[in-house]
Design a protein around this ligand. Structure first.
Ligand code: CA
Length: 249
């Protein structure tokens, strides 16, 4: 763990050191542009889970992706388990969601939280994703900005790319972690690229992003340690019968 932390800090110093070299310097802002509370909305999507009568299941609704509610450790918001598809995604048949920003903005980062109410071992969480953008219309044309692997851990994961203008952001999910039932995702966030010449402002932005990353890292480590201690306790073997209190009375 100490080694990983050192690596993370080393990388951070490197990031800070490279700031003055950028020809058109930008940093990711701190406002999630697709959050419902910031005016973001879901324009279209491939599917969402339904009940036996074909009615959408609110707890697995696609709108849960931008509701600002997260599954953290053993805590699940009562009305928001994440989003669950109806089908299983594949490279030639992805599950997808189109997010609409209130207006066209220059963006450079998406953040994915794969965590849902279902445990990761069911293999339903999103694994392979592709992000593309359009400024022309909800139906495109779309320009791909990147394809990414979402690791199988219940933590927020950031993906940065060269700043690009976007009004609609399309998320294609081409693979889950092995389930033949559905694909799931907890939350999806989009961040603006802030262009500026003020080095101090940029440094502050960069450091604040870095602090967020470190906090997420620390929380994830604590969560893992907590889980490990729970597993250690629950997997403790039963004491032999002769040592049981009942046998001593
Ligand atoms: Ca959510």
């Amino acid at each position: 763990m100490a080694g990983q932390m050192k690596l993370l800090l080393g990388a951070s110093v490197l990031i800070l050191a490279t700031v003055p070299c950028w020809s058109a310097p930008t940093v990711a802002g701190t406002t999630n542009l697709v959050a419902a509370e910031n005016g973001g909305r879901i324009a279209k999507f491939s599917s969402q889970a339904v009940d036996e009568n074909g009615q959408p299941l609110a707890v697995w609704s696609v709108t849960n992706l931008i509701d600002g509610k997260y599954v953290v450790g053993s805590h699940t918001p009562a009305d928001s388990y994440g989003w669950r598809s109806r089908g299983v995604p594949a490279a030639d048949r992805p599950e997808w969601i189109i997010f609409e920003l209130p207006e066209t903005r220059l963006i450079s980062r998406v953040v994915v939280d794969p965590t849902t109410d279902d445990p990761e071992f069911l293999g339903r969480w999103a694994k392979s994703i592709r992000v593309s953008v359009s400024t022309e219309g909800v139906d495109g044309p779309y320009k791909t900005v990147g394809s990414y692997l979402v690791v199988r851990r219940g933590i927020k994961q950031s993906f940065d790319f060269t700043p690009v203008e976007a009004r609609w952001v399309k998320l294609d999910i081409t693979e889950n972690w092995g389930s033949d039932f559905a694909v799931e995702l907890g939350e999806f966030e989009v961040y603006e690229a802030i262009v500026g010449d003020d080095m101090l402002d940029q440094l502050i932005q960069r450091l604040s992003t870095l602090l967020d990353e470190l906090k997420r890292y620390r929380d994830a480590e604590r969560y893992q340690q907590h889980q490990a201690s729970i597993e250690a306790v629950t997997s403790r073997p039963e004491p032999p019968a002769e040592e049981a209190p009942a046998a001593q009375q």
